[in-house]
Design a protein around this ligand. Structure first.
Ligand code: GLP
Length: 264
């Protein structure tokens, strides 16, 4: 796992956006796996700016979101479909029919999970999967104890995750306790995984992910087994790591090597 430690959340967003921009330069019809939560918002803002400023185009792109609340229709302001429209899709040139989010109001949600998997497969698999991380180490809505080879399915949320996400819901709004989420096995099949974490509240989860045992208690720790994962963190989220200087040293060495090879 490559660990990149940067000064602050803005730098994290820019570094992440650079990865997406490079991927688009290399493959205009890339398949992106996308995430919700507050962490990726700055990266989406950066991509929108690049679209407006530099005509970075998403016209050939297909996207698959990680998860959705079970029971929320797409037009519900707390649904992840609504979130994606607001924070990204409505501001770029992506074709609406190429954006997929698990459907929270499917008549047959179990079948809908299998169909989602088939759609990802038919699109040729995910080139770059963006992830955030929950304070308990969850990715997507794969909560601790999730099967490490799981596929898209219905998952029960933990009390901790419900409480963490309660800030998005009004006092009288009912907050779902169930979700549809891509599985850990689904995520592990992505060619490149980019996980963003910012703020001190993520420091313990980041430490468990990077240094802890690979364990269903910290679903993100499975990424130690992924051949191509980039973890991008700010100083605060890196605060629990035993040896952050080593990762900074590696990054400097990598940059020097790329410069020497004329690759930057
Ligand atoms: C939710 C999402 C996750 C996200 C997590 C952290 O539970 N399902 O995909 O990573 O929240 O969100 P935040 O970035 O707001 O801390």
């Amino acid at each position: 796992m490559k660990v990149v430690i940067l000064e602050d959340a803005n730098e994290v967003a820019r570094y992440g956006a650079d990865i997406f921009e490079r991927q688009l330069a290399h493959k205009a019809d890339s398949v992106f796996g996308l995430a919700t939560g507050s962490t990726p918002v700055a990266l989406y803002r950066e991509l929108i700016e690049r679209h407006q400023r530099e005509s970075l185009s998403f016209a050939g792109v297909t996207t698959f979101n990680l998860d959705e609340y079970l029971g929320l229709p797409p037009e519900h302001p707390q649904s992840y479909r609504y979130f994606m429209q607001q924070h990204l899709f409505d501001h770029i040139d992506i074709r609406p029919e190429s954006t997929f989010v698990p459907s929270g109001d499917a008549d047959h949600p179990i079948e809908a999970c299998d169909e989602y998997e088939a759609r990802i497969r038919n699109a040729g698999g995910i080139d770059v999967q963006l992830l955030g991380i929950g304070r308990n180490g969850h990715i997507g809505f794969n909560e601790p104890t999730s099967c490490l080879t799981s596929r898209t399915r219905i998952k029960t949320l933990t009390r901790e995750t419900i409480d963490d996400n309660a800030r998005f819901f009004g006092p009288d709004e009912e907050q779902p306790h169930l979700s549809i989420t891509m599985g850990i096995g689904t995520i592990m099949e992505s060619r490149l995984v980019v996980l963003l974490a910012t703020g001190a509240s993520k420091a313990q989860a980041v430490k468990a992910m990077v240094e802890g045992p690979v364990s269903a208690w910290c679903p993100a720790s499975i990424l130690q087994m992924h051949p191509s994962t980039v973890l991008i963190v700010d100083e605060a989220a890196a605060g629990g790591l035993s040896n952050p200087e080593f990762f900074k040293h590696i990054e400097r060495e990598n940059q020097a090597l790329l410069t020497r090879l004329g690759m930057v």
